[in-house]
Design a protein around this ligand. Structure first.
Ligand code: GLN
Length: 487
């Protein structure tokens, strides 16, 4: 059974259809694996066993009746614990929501349930998705399945670690500045951030609403493409969701990429890059050449400002989004307030962790009168310039490539006391959120210690099919994806 858990969703689907295994058996095996290894990993905040088995049962009934199965029916999946699923605890890994039980389904949860995808549990994350290492969870740290002393990347660290360790086959994460792509890269799997608006954010606990996007994790590009197809689409409950048809991305995976113009982002191939990462990315570029692609050098002159821009806009938006957690309506309320004001302030002081407080303070400052023009407004103007850089770049290239991160996973604790060093981890990923374009990380080799390296691929808005095609071709021309963490 553990062998089957290590297979892709495509292979597991076949096994289900051929009745080699039942969906209940597959789900039970995955739940058992979580129970036996998650103490070491810390990938799950809670399990949703009942929902999972109920869904699996429905899949088996359909199979017994000889009915067609929806895409990914019966494939074990984890949700990041900032996504609502009826009856589950949805904590955002924060003490302030520790006992919050979802009264409704996020749109993505509803879509998964409609497609009969068993949801096995809620994956650990950095508190409110703020972080790059998953050390900011209020409950426990997540460990990297390739080396338990190292971080899995964040903020969707539990989602990434659970797929990389074959606890589940698929998971969802959210990406505001790299939180899907970075942990995918650190954990040696595929992680994809769709175009802003491609997936509904309804029921996702908001961090920075103009940047947040939900996307898939999987061990193959094909599985990630299918999972995006299941969750994407217009949603009247999210006014920023795009009213455009969803493609069957799997159809374009094998398209020939001869003549595809692959742009190498100059600014991300120089300073600060670890030599092993540099070698792997150069090899990836060579691989594209061999596949018939045309390599061009691309400059994104404003990329160097992206972290600064992000830490003004994201913090400003989060200071507003997190105002709702005040002890009145949701979550934690201090037990010993003497009056209303104290109830607000103490609930927040006791409920939020240090990184969340830092962000709220930075954001409140950036929005305050007298500073708004100098910080928030300036950052918005700079965001437009970053977006324009991509418009220019995509005139010369069809996709852009770079490392997902200049380094591989670091040791737990290595950057905990240096927020700036932690923020710099996202140098390659943040600009895609500012511009709203899709991006993914695909395994591209290992460093000298055997830790995974990720290749980031970016495409113009709504060119998800092109992105998956380019990633799939690369994946299949190499065999990195076949190597799994030994845990
Ligand atoms: N690491 C970035 C941050 O800490 C991005 C997080 C995310 O994408 N959710 O804000």
């Amino acid at each position: 059974m553990n062998e089957l858990l290590r297979k892709s969703a495509a292979e597991q689907s076949k096994a289900l259809k051929n009745k080699e295994v039942s969906a209940v058996e597959l789900t039970t095996a995955a739940l058992n694996r979580i129970k036996s290894i998650d103490e070491k990993l810390g990938a799950f905040n809670s399990l949703t066993e009942e929902t999972a088995l109920e869904t699996a049962k429905k899949v088996d009934e359909k199979i017994a009746k000889g009915e067609d199965l929806p895409l990914l029916a019966g494939i074990p999946l984890a949700l990041k614990d900032n996504m609502n699923l009826v009856g589950s605890r949805t904590t955002a890994s924060s003490k302030i929501l520790e006992n919050f039980v979802s009264p409704f389904n996020a749109t993505i949860s509803q879509k998964l349930l409609d497609n009969l995808v068993p949801i096995l549990g809620k994956a650990n994350l950095d508190e409110f998705a703020m972080g790059s290492s998953n050390e900011n969870s209020a409950f426990k740290k997540v460990h990297n399945p390739w080396d338990l002393k190292k971080v899995p990347g964040g903020s969707s660290g539990g989602s990434a670690a659970s797929v990389a360790s074959c606890e589940v086959t698929l998971s969802l994460g959210s990406d505001t500045g790299g939180s899907i792509r970075l942990p995918a890269s650190f954990c040696g799997i595929v992680g994809m951030k769709p175009t802003y608006g491609r997936v509904s954010r309804y029921g996702l606990i908001a961090f920075a609403s103009s940047l947040d996007q939900i996307g898939p994790f999987a061990r193959t590009v094909e599985d990630a493409a299918n999972l995006l197809e299941v969750i994407a689409g217009h949603d009247p409950k999210d006014s920023t969701s795009l009213n455009l048809p969803v493609e069957h991305y799997a159809d374009s995976l094998n398209n020939d990429i001869k003549g595809l113009r692959v742009g190498v982002i100059k600014e991300l191939m120089s300073e600060g890059l670890s030599p092993d990462v540099q070698k792997a990315i150069e090899a990836a570029i060579d691989c594209y050449k061999k596949l018939g692609a045309e390599i061009v050098e691309i400059s994104l002159p404003n990329l160097k400002h992206s972290i600064g821009i992000y830490y003004i806009l994201a913090t400003a938006e989060c200071s507003s989004n997190l105002a709702r957690f005040d002890g009145v309506r949701y979550g934690y309320r201090t037990p010993d307030a003497k009056n209303l004001l104290e109830m607000y302030t103490k609930s927040r002081a006791e409920g939020f962790g240090p990184e969340v407080k830092r962000r709220i303070m930075l954001g409140t400052y950036a929005l305050s009168s007298g500073y708004y023009d100098a910080y928030y407004k300036k950052a918005q103007q700079m965001r437009a310039l970053v977006t324009q850089d991509f418009v220019e770049a995509f005139k010369k290239a069809d996709i852009l490539v770079s490392p997902t991160c200049p380094n591989t996973a670091f040791e737990l604790g290595a950057k905990s006391n240096d927020p700036l060093a932690m923020y710099l981890t996202d140098i390659a990923t943040i600009s895609a959120n500012l511009a709203g374009i899709p991006g993914l990380s695909v395994p591209a080799g290992f460093d000298k210690d055997g830790m995974p390296i990720g290749l980031q691929i970016l495409a113009p808005q709504l060119q998800e099919a092109r992105l998956f095609n380019a990633a799939h071709k690369f994946e299949r021309a190499n065999d990195y994806y076949k190597k799994l963490a030994n845990i």
